[in-house]
Design a protein around this ligand. Structure first.
Ligand code: SAM
Length: 182
């Protein structure tokens, strides 16, 4: 089973806190196994994500403060590939980039930016694939969600999360939650 970890580069403290939290929550909910907030630390985001994981289940790693170069180097040393999501990359829908990624059968580090990313990110030394979720600029959260959904072919939407303390019972109307122990 291929493992996907998301690396968030360029987080700006305060300004990006909510969005980075949403990116990490999206990664967890849509099938990634972990998240790296590169280059700096944000205790508040880590606490939020760990609290969600404890409550809603599954295993999801959260690391922070690792320099992005080190994270990429270590990932590649373990034979993983790096997929950089960028509006300038190969369009996920109009060519076979996703098939090529899947054919590699290797674990994937998905790199997403916030502010303008260093040019190096586009190079072979960093990214094995530069993938565009359409060639219009939009959002890191939207691009990650669509990448994961295409990668897992929608199956991630029905995953169960082991050891969940809280679970939603889907209903046509209203809200129903099961809490373990109640
Ligand atoms: C809000 S964008 C900022 C982009 C920045 N202004 C630049 O010129 O690189 C932040 C991140 O969202 C992701 N992103 C935005 N649009 C995308 C697209 N169409 N396809 C893939 N990723 C995208 C990229 O990871 C990008 O670094």
């Amino acid at each position: 089973m291929v493992k996907i970890v998301v690396l968030r580069w360029g987080h700006r403290p305060q300004r990006d806190t909510r969005l980075t939290t949403h990116v990490a929550l999206t990664a967890r909910a849509l099938g990634a196994s972990g998240f790296i907030l590169s280059d700096l630390k944000d205790k508040k985001i880590k606490e939020t994500i760990e609290k969600v994981t404890k409550n809603w289940g599954g295993s999801f790693s959260f690391e922070m403060g690792i320099p992005w170069k080190k994270a990429v180097r270590e990932w590649k040393a373990k034979d993983g590939i790096v997929v950089h999501l960028t509006a300038y990359g190969e369009n996920i829908q109009s060519n076979d980039v996703l098939q090529r990624i899947k054919a590699s059968e290797r674990n994937i580090l998905v790199v997403i930016g916030s502010q303008k990313v260093p040019n190096k990110f586009f190079s072979n030394a960093v990214s094995d694939f530069n993938v565009a979720i359409g060639n219009q600029p939009h959002s890191e959260c939207a691009s990650l969600a669509i990448f994961l959904d295409h990668f897992f072919e929608g199956k991630e939407l029905t995953s169960s999360f082991e050891n969940a303390k809280t679970m939603i019972v889907p209903l046509k109307r209203g809200k129903k939650i099961i809490r373990k122990g109640n």
